[in-house]
Design a protein around this ligand. Sequence first.
Ligand SMILES: NC(=O)c1ccc[n+]([C@@H]2O[C@H](COP(=O)([O-])OP(=O)(O)OC[C@H]3O[C@@H](n4cnc5c(N)ncnc54)[C@H](OP(=O)(O)O)[C@@H]3O)[C@@H](O)[C@H]2O)c1
Length: 335
Amino acid sequence: MTNLSSDITLWNEDKMPIIGLGTWNNVSEEGVHAAVDAALKVGYRHIDTAYTYGNEAAIGRALKKWFDQGDVKREDLFIATKLPLQGMQPERVDKYLGRSLAALQLSYVDLYLVQFPCGCPEKGSDLLLPLDESGALIADPTTDHVAVWKAMERQVLAGRARSVGLSHFNARQLLRVAQAAQLRPACLQLELHAYCQQRELAAFCKGLELPVVACAPLSSPEFLQLADDPDSEMTCLPKISPLLDPVVAEIAHKHKKTPAQILLRHSVQRGIAVIPKSVNPARIKENFQIFDFELDEDDVWELDSIDRWNRGRVFDKKFFRGMESHPEFPFNDPY
Ligand SMILES: NC(=O)c1ccc[n+]([C@@H]2O[C@H](COP(=O)([O-])OP(=O)(O)OC[C@H]3O[C@@H](n4cnc5c(N)ncnc54)[C@H](OP(=O)(O)O)[C@@H]3O)[C@@H](O)[C@H]2O)c1
């Protein structure tokens, strides 16, 4: 079996575990504790969160319990969080990272990501994501990536983030930041799974020596379910999930693994980090057990061939409604 590394070395020499726990849509105190406990018990050392997920404080309390009991040390964990869309002005970066650090009860994060290439105005004293009466995001078209990146770099220099990175940026936007950067981006986080394999963008990142992290590595099936709800604003999402694909099922049967394990292994075997989210301890364990088998050339060929390119995207124009006319909306470019 090919030796598969369990982590990716970033340009600053930090090791980012190739599997992390996703935490979006997990906001209850009990849900967060159960997920963090289950993940740390089976060996996860990478946790992905964001200001916009509204769960940083619960994650901070769950981590504190582990630190206080001496069961894990801060330096053994890789914690990533994100600058929200309403923080996309250089003078706001310090404030939003400060809020995240206070909520997480940490003095630094391992990775601070720009969550999305478009900015929004701030809303109210709670600094929430601003929505109009129809529920669409309100755009601030003055987003300046280079200015925001300079403010991100200052967080590294101040010791509040070990590294900084980008999320959902397209190739053109990545290149612009990379060319202007004093501190290179540590990675790109983007939607990536068997139905949206992002081959061109992943190859572009390889050229920039930029590791890739797959968010929604199982294609975010919760959101696909919303597509079946006639009252949902998400009815335009594609009603498909690679978890239910017959090709994936057949390969899972062959290896005596689950479809989720096949999907995660497919990305990890490409050298891409994955951050599957679950609140279910059995699934959290299952998602971590992907190092004891290998997809062979035929499996890889078949999985590669179920790609639906941009048609397989879950987080598309409809998901970011209100942002599609922002001058930096990333999905108007082919990749
Ligand atoms: N940068 C960004 O803007 C961005 C965007 C999206 C996501 N993310 C990050 O990426 C993480 C993952 O993305 P995601 O949460 O959208 O979707 P995902 O990880 O692709 O899918 C999560 C869904 O799959 C289910 N699931 C988990 N393990 C499973 C298994 N073994 N078998 C069957 N179903 C399983 C979960 O249900 P249960 O919880 O019930 O198990 C949940 O409904 C997020 O949580 C977040 O941390 C970042």
